[in-house]
Ligand binder design. Sequence first.
Ligand code: BTN
Length: 243
Amino acid sequence: LGRSLHLYDEIGSTQDAAKRLAEEGAPEGTLVIAEQQTSGRGRMGRSWLSPKYKGLWMSLVLRPNVPVLCTPQLTLLTAAALCRSLRRQTGLEIGIKWPNDLLIDGRKISGILLESSAEEERLRHVVAGIGISVNLEPEDYPPELRSKAVSLRMAAGRPLDRTETAAQFLESLEELYDIYRNDGFGPIRLLWEAWSVSLGKPAVLKTPQGTVEGVPLGLSDNGALRVRTADGLVREVFSAEFE
Ligand code: BTN
């Protein structure tokens, strides 16, 4: 992964560039990195703060030969791979908030945006966008983000080598991706659950089908969140925001 590298000083969004390359047939592992994004995109149509030289803003083309239904598994896999590499590099207690935000003490350090294209129920390609706030300083954040977001540098008390962060993430992703393709989602699920900070605590989840209140228990094998509701039933939630 990452052997075909497109590096930009400045770009609108690495995600849009990588999607274009994927549509044009770019091979699996094609990676777009930018020093700065002028219109970085987050989930749910939000924008993503991407100041110059301060973070890792990248998008990776994957071509797993799996059904569309497996897309949630790939999101969780990317989060588990990133959590693992960042924990190794920094020694910090980094947790995963379902499905794929990485947090330190409740504040977000990275976000993942997966976009896919499918044909007849099979995935044609997936573009995994990864934003890691590596070396941002407090003044880089607008006031409204200061209580919600933090950088690795602020949490660790020292700047980090962004090249190292990227290299370790790609290595970790490659390893978990191989495991996923050979042994399925089971082992990935265990890693994700071990680092999750979303399990075992009552939560209110806003899903496209309405609000679900209950205690998240873990993941199901298809990558949904299993939530025990007040009536004692266990429901599977595929897409939701924590309130
Ligand atoms: C989120 O909302 O948490 C997801 C954020 C994803 C940000 C990354 S940065 C690289 C890639 N390019 C984008 O425009 N977005 C993703």
